[in-house]
Design a protein around this ligand. Structure first.
Ligand code: GLP
Length: 241
């Protein structure tokens, strides 16, 4: 595990964007595992700037996102489809048909889970998986549980996750109660993992994730077993370590 200490959010974003930047330069047809949440906004802004400056080319890139709310269609402005389109995809030369997310609006979410795992296999797996961290230690939407789930699956969101994500909605009642998420299997099979964490409110959980017991009660703790984990975190997030 490599831990890169950043001064603040902006510095974390820049350092993490540089890692994605070098991945795209070194392997222009990479499969990027992408994530949403406020942690990633600065990183995507930096990637867009690199693209505008002519230093990045996404024309051969394929992307697979971690998760999506069940019940929200791609055009819903609270969906992760919408987030990705507006914060990254529409600003760079990635082909729409090369961007994949689990579809939360489908009639049969269980079939969608199977389709998504098959799709990732067909793409040859994920070259680099970008991850944020939930306050309860979740990665993607793999919530604390009695076991790790390998496959893409349907998940009931924890109360704490619903509360944390309510800031993006008009009120807490509007936050979907379920989501589809990539499982721990595909995340752990990614050739590289890049975990980005910022803020004092994540300091305690980050310490548990990186140095606590490996347990499905703290889903991110499984990353301790990943052979190529890079953590980019700001001083606030690292303040307990
Ligand atoms: C969300 C997403 C995760 C994200 C995490 C942290 O619920 N499903 O993929 O990494 O929670 O979000 P944020 O970056 O907004 O703190």
């Amino acid at each position: 595990m490599i831990i890169i200490k950043a001064a603040d959010y902006q510095d974390m974003s820049r350092k993490a964007a540089n890692i994605i930047f070098s991945q795209v330069i070194q392997k222009p047809d990479s499969v990027l595992g992408l994530a949403t949440g406020s942690t990633m906004l600065g990183l995507y802004e930096d990637l867009v700037s690199h693209y505008r400056e002519g230093d990045l080319d996404f024309s051969q890139i394929r992307s697979v996102n971690l998760d999506e709310y069940i019940g929200l269609s791609a055009d819903n402005d609270q969906s992760y489809h919408y987030y990705m389109k507006h914060n990254l995809f529409k600003h760079v030369n990635i082909a729409a048909e090369n961007t994949y997310l689990p579809r939360g609006g489908v009639a049969n979410p269980d079939d969608e889970c199977l389709r998504y795992d098959n799709l990732i296999n067909q793409l040859g797996g994920i070259d680099i998986q970008l991850l944020g961290l939930g306050l309860d230690g979740h990665i993607g939407f793999n919530e604390p549980d009695d076991k790790f789930t390998a496959e893409t699956h349907r998940v009931k969101l924890d109360e704490s996750t619903i509360k944390a994500n309510a800031r993006f909605f008009e009120n807490e009642n509007q936050v979907p109660k379920e989501a589809l998420t990539l499982g721990i299997g595909a995340i752990m099979k990614a050739r590289k993992v890049l975990l980005c964490v910022n803020g004092k409110n994540k300091a305690k959980i980050l310490k548990k994730v990186l140095y606590g017991p490996i347990t499905p009660k703290v889903p991110g703790s499984i990353l301790q077993l990943h052979p190529y984990l890079t953590v980019v975190a700001d001083e606030d997030a690292l303040s307990e370590i």
